[in-house]
Structure formats: C-alpha cells, structure tokens
Write a protein that binds this ligand. Sequence first.
Ligand code: BMA
Length: 313
Amino acid sequence: MPGIKTLVKRCPQNPILTRDDVPYDVGTVHNAGVVKHKGQYIMLFRSHLKNGRSIIGRADSNDGFSFSVNPEPFLTPAVDSIFGEYEEFGVEDLRINPVEDEYLLTYSAYSRHGVRIALVRTKDFESIERVALITQADLRNVVIFPEKFNGRYVRLDRPHSEISPWSIWISYSPDLVHWGDSKVIIKPVPYHWDEMKIGPGAPPFKTEKGWLSIYHGVFKTMAGAVYRLGAALHDLEDPAKVIGVSDEWILQPEEPCEVVGYVPNVVFSCGAVPEDDGTVKIYWGGADTVMCAGTAVIDDLVQLCLTKTRPPL
Ligand code: BMA
C-alpha cells in the first residue's frame, strides 16, 4: 500500500533503534528526547523493563539516524529524597529542552501517588542535578521554550481533565521550581483527528515566523486510540499567542512498526532537531515499541500552520 502523502519523510532505516540494539535487557525502546550537543546527537529513550516499569537509556550518533547505545542506562528511578518517593514506579517520556546554556530534562515520574513531571538539569549529559518535581498528580508532557520571556521560563503542558478534552496549557516560572499564570491555549477539535486529547510533543524550536511545536493528538476508534502528530506555531514574542494550528496531521501510524507493537497505532514524539539547512529531524516512538525518525522542511510545516489552519480554542 503506498503511504499517504506527508510532509514528513520517513528515514529508510526505520526503525532506527530497537531493543536488540540495547546491551541490557529491555522490552521496548521508544518515546525519546533528542538533541544535537557539540555536533553529536544524543538520544534519551524510554525502555520498559520486564517488570513493566520504565527507565531511560542513552544512545549517541554522528548523523542523527544511526545510534549506538551506552552500556548502562542514563536515568533510573531515584531511590532517596522526594524523587525516590515519586519515581517509584518508573520514569518515562523524557524531553531534552535546550534552554539558554543548559539542558532541562523533563520526564514523567510514576508512583503510587500518580504521575507528575520531574525536572533535571545538565550541561554535559555527564553530571545531572535533580531540580524539582514541577507538577502535581496527573499532569504530563512538559516542554520548555529555549529562551526566557521577560525573565521567566515558559512551558507547555497537558493537565488531566474530566469535563473538557485534554488540552495544551502554558505556564511561567521565575526559577524552574514555582510555576503559575497558567492558561489553556490549544484545545482538541470535535470529530477531528485530535478530538480525544492533545499534548505537547517535541520542545518548540525557533523559526522566522514563530516557535514551531510538534504535538500529539488522539482519536478514539472501535479498535482503540490512534496517536498522530500535528504542528502549531506560537508568536515569537508571546508564545501564549498561537498564530496557527495545522488542521491536518503531519504524521500518522502507517508503517508496520507504527501499526503493530506493544500499543498499536501510535506515533508519539518527544524530540525534534532543527538543522542549519532548513530541515528538521523528527523522532517518534512506533507503537510504544521502537524508535523511528524522519525529516521535514521546516518552512513546509510553518506554511501548513499558517495556511491550513483550525482555530486553537
Ligand atoms: C500516552 C503515554 C505515552 C504513550 C501513549 C500511547 O498516554 O503513556 O507514553 O506512548 O500513551 O500508548
């Protein structure tokens, strides 16, 4: 079956990373944050252990597609301090947010108290500092903008909600610990590919026309939920202002490794790397089982957000 026409060109080697590439025993390799650090691509990927809980591994690459995995995991649940209590059930879906001169790692921390987001800072991926647990229970998918706005950090996130479809919110912080001034900025559209819920995916990156953000959207079918990727553009000066949200998805599960796996019909992104040549490498987990990658022309995504739009709210 020929694939549907898409702005994201899949990497021919997909899946680019699987559990067979990992030197320790894991069930899956998926939902990875990726960044280009000193000319090297660093991927921090999630793996299920055979007890069903997740840890984060590290893989490095020269070209962004061919990765080799470090012998030891990068991040496992803390065993002491407040992090030990809230990471007891595992760490998942890490984003690498390049902010000013450091990297802020945001990931889901699972425990008997629910799921919340932990924030870790690093400059070199060698030493890491656990900074704070930055959300209460049931709030996930935190990505942080690369620059501060009026002296404050800005994040997108996705609170749990029972009476409205799960939506993308924005919040601000002077110190990465205390967050507030929250408001909803993008909501799902009824009977649309993202009608059930949406959530931030890759950390937003700067383009001439605005901050480009790749998010996930979910549609419920008789055979379960389908996870797709969409794109939105935020104002350069005021990221709470959404300039355009693409009406169309930019990627849906089509390849066997996206359609079949631990959770079928899932493409889920936690990372994208914009390049100097005007393209962006987009990374996604396929069916919560393997890692895939693709490339898009940044301006194509920007134009899609500006010309084929749907209302943000
Ligand atoms: C979401 C998260 C992701 C996962 C996705 C599809 O709610 O749990 O980690 O990839 O569901 O199963």
